[in-house]
Design a protein around this ligand. Structure first.
Ligand SMILES: Cc1cc2nc3c(=O)[nH]c(=O)nc-3n(C[C@H](O)[C@H](O)[C@H](O)COP(=O)(O)OP(=O)(O)OC[C@H]3O[C@@H](n4cnc5c(N)ncnc54)[C@H](O)[C@@H]3O)c2cc1C
Length: 450
């Protein structure tokens, strides 16, 4: 069963005379435990129609560079092969998706969208649905608790969202039953060959000033599942105590896979729940409450990608301290190339440049120091978001916007007032030295260069 709360009719359409069911794959770039795909299969079976699965790859997605594209293309290559094997008709193209999907919908009995939360994703869907004549249904599978079931408004902090999520969490933590596609008729739509992601990457001709690909993370559902297996086997038991320690890295490494929808949040949460480990609840807190707080933020706050999203107390306090003298001021270029006086910050920035993923605890320290070393809080905010989204494989995610905003007071409370930070929570390198073997983190990052 797919919970009713996950399903929304977003365009009524004029009838159901089309010759196939169309699923526009976008947020959930996978086959397994994909609520939108499952809904499309069931509707195709009910109407005895074949299934078309469309994916359009544009070459100008905001802030995306070769490292993001290649990770995504690696995943799409695996997904495309799986769709063929199940008897669906994949139509994967190099074109603006919000336009390509409209052409295919002209002959569809029903079009299914998967739900996403950032402005560009929502606008694409809105624009596409407005040009379609058929019934359009959106299915939400990238969260455990559907965003509007969890809350009907922007939540103040994890403390206010947590009870709402926990009240209904177990109702949504249920396995998704999967159906077999019955009508496997082959249709005549052309599909690009995605078997060689690097060849597709070259054809996309991305802007040359974007950061290059990385070799530390490769995309795809199989790799995501392997990571999850290893995490459950070797790290989950220690997650509660050690997840914040950058020297040892007991994190899952799943965020890039989650960002591209290559692994299902529901399937992941169920695996971790069934592992029944001492780390299970700590993981589910981050994975459900914190992750879905970010979704709530992006969904309900239209200014989520700018300084103006901050709560009034934070902005007022930062403004009061905007002209406080700064001991260090670095240019965007110095920060980007990890050229500060602080070896820990440089290591964090380098980890992101080299691998495409900075350790979670260091992300907090990293963002706070950009605030401290930049001329104004607005400038710091923009720069932190820009660097995050340019270099992190999981950048541009709801978590990216919420994470950067948190460094500037979002989802937090006022703390003891101090220079530059005002009432924003402060972090310093003494904290890193006291809590962790932070020199070991530097060694770990240095080893990546070899
Ligand atoms: C300044 C800053 C920038 C950030 N940028 C991003 C980003 O671009 N993309 C991104 O996905 N996350 C971002 N985060 C949130 C968090 O740091 C990452 O989700 C986490 O480090 C990802 O690594 P992991 O999958 O190994 O995490 P794990 O520790 O293994 O956690 C498992 C999953 O739980 C969720 N999670 C963990 N911590 C958080 C958190 N604090 N908030 C929300 N969800 C969380 C994520 O989905 C994560 O994949 C940012 C945080 C900060 C402070």
């Amino acid at each position: 069963m797919i919970d009713d709360e996950r399903i929304e009719i977003i365009h009524q359409g004029y009838g159901s005379s089309g010759s196939y069911v169309l699923y526009w794959m976008q947020a959930a770039q996978r086959i397994s435990c994909n609520h939108a795909l499952e809904y499309a299969i069931r509707e195709a079976n009910r109407r005895n129609l074949p299934l078309v699965v469309y994916f359009g790859v544009c070459n100008d997605f905001p802030e995306a560079g070769p490292r993001h594209y290649r990770f995504m293309l690696e995943g799409l290559s695996e997904t495309l092969a799986g769709l063929k094997a199940m008897g669906a008709n994949p139509v994967f193209k190099l074109e603006p998706p919000e336009k390509g999907v409209v052409k295919l919908a002209a002959q569809a009995a029903l079009t299914v969208f998967d739900k996403a939360y950032t402005a560009i994703q929502r606008n694409w869907r809105k624009q596409a649905a407005a040009s379609m004549d058929c019934l359009v249904v959106e299915v939400e599978g990238e969260v455990i608790v559907p965003v509007r079931t969890a809350s009907h408004k922007e939540e103040y902090a994890a403390a206010t969202l947590r009870p709402r999520i926990n009240r209904v969490r177990d109702r949504f933590l249920r396995k998704l039953d999967v159906s077999e596609l019955k009508n496997t008729q082959k249709l005549d739509w052309e599909c690009e060959d995605f078997s060689d992601p690097d060849a597709i990457l070259q054809r996309l001709e991305l802007k040359s000033d974007s950061p290059a690909t990385v070799d530390f993370y490769h995309g795809g559902t199989s790799r995501a599942n392997k990571r999850l297996d290893e995490f459950i086997e070797h790290k989950l038991d220690f997650f509660a105590d050690k997840r914040n320690d950058p020297a040892t890295d007991y994190c899952s490494g799943l965020s890039p896979y989650l960002h591209f929808g290559q692994i299902s949040p529901l399937a992941t949460a169920l695996r971790v729940q069934h592992a029944d480990s001492p780390g299970t609840e700590a993981f589910l807190e981050e994975f459900i409450v914190r992750r879905e707080l970010a979704v709530n933020f992006v969904y309900f706050n239209p200014a989520y990608d700018s300084y103006s999203c901050l709560p009034t107390w934070a902005r007022l306090s930062l403004e009061e301290h905007a002209s406080d003298p700064r001991e260090y001021i670095y240019s965007a270029e110095e920060l980007e190339h990890a050229r500060t006086h602080d070896p820990y910050w440089n290591a964090a920035q380098s980890e992101m440049l080299i691998t495409g993923k900075m350790h979670g605890y260091m992300r907090m320290y990293w963002g706070k120091k950009i605030l401290e070393w930049t001329r104004s809080p607005e400038q710091a905010y923009q720069l932190a978001l820009h660097l995050n989204n340019k270099y992190e494989l999981d950048g541009r995610d709801p978590n990216a916007f919420a994470g950067v905003a948190w460094c500037f007071g979002k989802h937090d409370r006022p703390w003891k007032e101090r220079d530059i930070f005002g009432k924003i929570r402060y972090m310093n390198d003494n904290g890193l030295k006291r809590k962790f073997d932070i020199e070991a983190y530097i060694h770990r990052v240095n080893a990546l260069r070899m």
